[in-house]
Design a protein around this ligand. Structure first.
Ligand SMILES: [Zn+2]
Length: 336
């Protein structure tokens, strides 16, 4: 789909004058979308960037659009901030989050969701809006860009996910593992469009299933005082599942007490590269009790858009609008 066709399908989008210079030469279509984003690149001790011209700078081996500044963080450390127009930021995000070889519709859906996410993170009273990692969205400046990623950002210029006429609270992760997670279960913040839905589209993603053995001794340091009182671990199990088959909690049955951790806490405490998703499918105490076997499906928190599922949907002919509607039921596309 070309840009005109996309705009027509997105309805009610208004053309604004082009604004190329402030984006460091990136051709963006929609001035209204060009909120300045302040991206925290580094904190603590860091090498200072070097200006190339008014709208580009070099930092380490990378080149960035926009300007840089140093700030003082709340904890007193220094921070390095890159300030640049929203779509120039998104151009540096897109191909860090999804491959430029993926279907255009999948990349456009990612652009719409990434834009919605970024606008939801604007914090005028704080010294920066987002960090340049998966804690918000991956971003490597121009080095992270691609022709295809820039095209997805441009073709969706100004388009965001809305619910009841206001910007939606969106989230996305690499692979949901077969069912997306309810934001209420993961973050205690339920939204009607961030609920668990069955997703058959990501089953062929690489690393769909995972398994790890976690030393029992690691639980103590991971969960601290909450875990300390349970005594010797007798068994570990998943509690009653939610309607979406995701466990409500991982339950540790000790000789003195029981301790339960939500899947999100379980993953965050043991490490997101060890417990790769919140969709834990099975847990078992090894004979002798020295380790716990944990297995699951997917990668990430599982809430909202599933990137690998969106890839499959795009390859099957779904539009960006179709993909957003699937992962955020009840939402619409609107204009920032
Ligand atoms: Zn999925």
């Amino acid at each position: 789909m070309n840009r005109q066709a996309f705009l027509a399908s997105s309805a009610a989008l208004v053309a604004f004058p082009r604004l190329a210079r402030a984006t460091g030469g990136l051709d963006v279509a929609d001035q209204a979308a060009q909120h300045p984003m302040r991206v925290l690149l580094a904190s603590g001790v860091f090498e200072m960037p070097r200006s190339i011209d008014a709208w580009h700078f070099a930092w380490g081996t990378r080149t960035y659009r926009g300007t840089f500044s140093t700030i003082t963080l709340l904890d007193g450390r220094s921070g390095l901030v890159n300030t640049l127009p929203l779509d120039a930021y998104l151009a540096g995000v897109l191909s860090k989050e999804v491959s430029p070889s993926w279907p255009a519709a999948s990349q456009q859906a990612q652009a719409i969701v990434a834009r919605t996410y970024a606008l939801g993170k604007l914090r005028p009273l704080k010294p920066y809006d987002v960090v340049a990692s998966e804690a918000d969205q991956r971003y490597d400046g121009i080095d992270g860009e691609s022709v295809e990623g820039r095209s997805a950002v441009e073709m969706t210029g100004g388009t965001i996910v809305t619910f009841a006429g206001t910007p939606a609270h969106v989230a996305y992760s690499s692979c949901c593992g077969g069912e997306t997670a309810d934001s209420g279960d993961v973050w205690n913040t339920p939204y009607p469009y961030l609920r668990a839905i069955v997703d058959p589209h990501c089953a062929n993603s690489p690393g769909y299933t995972w398994q790890t053995d976690v030393p029992t001794a690691a639980m103590q340091s991971a969960f601290g005082a909450d875990y300390a009182g349970i005594g010797a671990l007798r068994s570990i199990e998943l509690t009653a599942t939610s309607p979406a088959d995701r466990p409500r909690a991982i339950r540790f049955v000790g000789e003195s007490a029981i301790f339960e951790a939500s899947p999100n806490r379980f993953r965050a405490s043991l490490g997101t590269s060890i417990v790769r998703s919140t969709f834990v499918r099975a847990v078992a105490l090894a004979p002798g009790g020295s380790s716990v076997s944990v297995s699951g499906t997917g990668r990430g928190h599982g809430v909202g858009l599933c990137q690998w599922g969106a890839r499959d949907l795009g390859a099957s002919g779904a539009s960006a609008r179709d993909i957003v509607a699937f992962y955020f039921p009840g939402t619409d596309l609107g204009h920032a």
